[in-house]
Design a protein around this ligand. Sequence first.
Ligand code: DGT
Ligand code: CA
Ligand code: CA
Ligand code: ZN
Length: 620
Amino acid sequence: MAVNQALAAVLEDMAKMMELLGENSFRASAHARAARTVEGLAEDVSTLAGDKARLTSLDGIGSGMADKIVEFCTTGRIADYDAMKAKVPAGLLEIMQVPGCGPKTVKAMWEAGITDIAGLKRAIEDGSLLKLPRMGEKAVAKIKEALVFAAASGQRTWLGKAAAAAEVFVSRLKELAGVVRVEPAGSLRRGKDTIGDIDILVSIEDGTEKQMAAHAHAVAEAFRSTPGVVQVIASGEGKSSVRYSLDGGQGRWKPEPNPEKGESLPPTPPGGPSIQVDLRVLPRASFGSAMMYFTGSKEHNVRLRERAIKMGYTLNEWGLFPLDGNEKPPQQRGVKPVASETEEAVFKALGLPWIPPTAREDRGELDHQGPWKLVDLSDIKAELHSHTTASDGALSIVELAEEAKRRGFHTIAVTDHSQSSSIANGLKPDRLRRHIAAVKEADEQVKGITILAGSEVDILADGSLDYKDELLEQLDVVVASPHAGLTQDPATATKRLLKAISHPLVHILGHPTGRLVLRRPGLSPDMAELFAAGREHGVAMEINAHWMRLDLRDLHVRAAMDAGCLFAIDCDVHERDDFDNLRYGVATGQRGWLTAERCINTWSAAKLHKWLKAKGRGGT
Ligand code: DGT
Ligand code: CA
Ligand code: CA
Ligand code: ZN
């Protein structure tokens, strides 16, 4: 609901400008409150614009505010806002985003002639900032530090990178005395393909108030002093925020983007890549409701709160409470929650099964009937896309197979690159023939796992495959993937991929769009057409599990599920650690409501091998 967000941003700016203009602080906070209400609305605010009574029944919206909302919805602007914008330099609002720059401070800056970030930087350099009221050495140092990282805030990072960073904090905090649980929440727990900031929740054991405060203090201390923390943004016992430095590595991709493939990257901020990490320390008793609140998504939370209200409850991070008409928050009045300790209990009291975090996106999950049965990491029993030293992988066939076996897989398919992928040392037909023989030999040699001979065959720009059929016929598995020509127009891309899908020897469509997260958009074919064809020809759609790819993405998975497609979740293994990316592929599958039955990697060896053999021999 883009309108809600646009209006909320305007109201938010109005609140800030009122503070800078020294207007009544009650009016300013009323605008901030209205902004939150509008942002959290379950419906498009413009559909309410004709119904003033409904508008004024909303939290924090009086008659004057309702008029402004109607004005915005009908004319696209608010006259008061325009008037304020004419008075307040836009740069001041940017300064207000910097930690340490609250309204009073920024007002004083303005009076001293500072009107934008550049001016603020100059005032730090020439020492004039120090002369402002309430500006000590420490406050200036904090602002200076914040400015270094300002460019990094607002940037998102890859799921795999954020997960690794979160793990550093989680394993450190878990060891502390009095800590019961440490869990990532937010978009990371939901398995989104990009992460804005990391949210970590810690629950501490029950005790006297003094004991609990001491534990919370120790947790916050340990959090802020974690090696790699480059900035402390906020510090309190209950909530702390830091920035944590990330390495600049981008998996097996070169840090320099390749414009020929339509790649670009955001500039590296001056402080180097980093991510914000938010910590919240909570009592055990409200851990479940806090996990729900801070896992989000925001939109999912809005739906849950609506449902709670309809059932006579109010839901917040402290628990699910009976609705009693009292304005003061129930937890502050000593009201006992109906449920709060576990997510299961809260969902149950709301008449819902426990909803997997990956499905909490307000995509109809509250209407889902019956218990959730999404594909799980432990269901995966086969890896069907991997590379060895024959092309651009780091492991030999046997090393690859031993690793797959160690991870409990019954099958590994060796799918080195085809001849056109010359940068990846793709195999010419004669090399592929010898490679097939080597794979068969390794399969004899390594017991306890089936090693299949396959290829990741390039889908050429016109949709034809990179080997002749007579060679493809000798393979157990054919993964067909686009690697070049990734800036094709949608119609050409659709034709190209449809041709590959309808090829009778293709089992899996590898990373169908060729997108790279935060790097290149890849192809944008007509996905509905691809999925219909995938279903018709019995081709499994790949969810490439590398955090740089996650291709198909969540919404594509959902569409392909609805279209009746099969799926393959594969790590596209190039080195040993790539197997660890499986969880990101599974999370992406779950975000598209993928079930285990539809994912060929979960099938028994017998079922999978039979399905693979049927291709090209008249069956599907
Ligand atoms: P991100 O960090 O941009 O990748 O996305 P999230 O979903 O992690 O968002 P974040 O970090 O701002 O907040 C974490 C969760 O906390 C969010 O999913 C829902 C909850 N939350 C935070 N702020 C609000 C709020 O103002 N209203 C509501 N309803 N929920 C909030
Ligand atoms: Ca977050
Ligand atoms: Ca956050
Ligand atoms: Zn590949």
